[in-house]
Design a protein around this ligand. Structure first.
Ligand SMILES: Cc1cc2nc3c(=O)[nH]c(=O)nc-3n(C[C@H](O)[C@H](O)[C@H](O)COP(=O)(O)O)c2cc1C
Length: 196
């Protein structure tokens, strides 16, 4: 368990996010999530942020996916947001912990039915013989849950990234960008500036 983010850090994130939304960034919740494989190689992909609170940054995925397997043996992650239209970047480094069953159930229940069916149908990151195989699996799951609610698959849930380092990057003229870094040291958040 790491120290929660301060309200100043969270406000800084939220304000940047709101500026990105207002500036029309197409997917402001999209972030690059890097995990580490069993040979210490970094692996990155895009994921949508679903929640941000003092405890950290939440995303959802298939626990049996490639990233899910990485995180089961090494909880280290890095998250990067790049908001082109506002020339801002947020870089987060931390470790994940699973969200609670209640939190995962509530989020799954809020998703469109098609996405709920998809969560069952997709064996995320496993080889797929043909597109038809996926279409057939979707039809099978739709039939299975016809006329009733789709429950959350046990292997589909979320992670909360508990940061130990958060950096805000603001693009400025002549590459004199502003970098504000918050880092945990001895259980306390320390704030400092970095050369661009
Ligand atoms: C814009 C965008 C948003 C995505 N959001 C998610 C997401 O929220 N959860 C997820 O599991 N995959 C999401 N994906 C797919 C992932 O990038 C990735 O292909 C998938 O999770 C499998 O990754 P893995 O094989 O490394 O586990 C998204 C892809 C894009 C391009």
């Amino acid at each position: 368990m790491t120290t929660p983010m301060t309200s100043e850090m969270l406000d800084r994130f939220r304000q940047g996010f709101e500026r990105a939304q207002a500036a029309g960034v197409p997917e402001p919740t999209a972030m690059t999530v890097s995990t580490v494989d069993d040979q210490n190689r970094p692996v990155a992909r895009t994921i949508l942020l679903k929640d941000a609170d003092p405890g950290g940054f939440v995303f959802y995925t298939n626990l049996r996916s490639r990233k899910g397997r990485h995180l089961a043996s090494n909880p280290a992650v890095s998250l990067v947001f790049w908001w082109r239209e506002t020339e801002e970047q947020v870089k987060i480094e931390g470790v994940v912990e699973p969200v609670s069953v209640v939190e995962a159930d509530a989020y799954f229940a809020s998703r469109p039915r098609g996405s709920q069916i998809g969560a069952w149908a997709s064996l995320q990151s496993q080889p797929l013989a043909s597109r038809q195989e996926l279409i057939d699996r979707i039809a099978e799951i739709e039939k299975r849950y016809e006329g009733r609610e789709v429950p959350r698959p046990e292997h589909w849930s979320g992670f909360r990234t508990r940061p130990h380092r958060v950096e805000f990057w603001y693009g400025k003229k002549f590459r004199l960008h502003e970098r504000i870094c918050y880092e945990l040291s001895g259980g306390e958040w320390k704030e400092g500036l970095l050369y661009p």
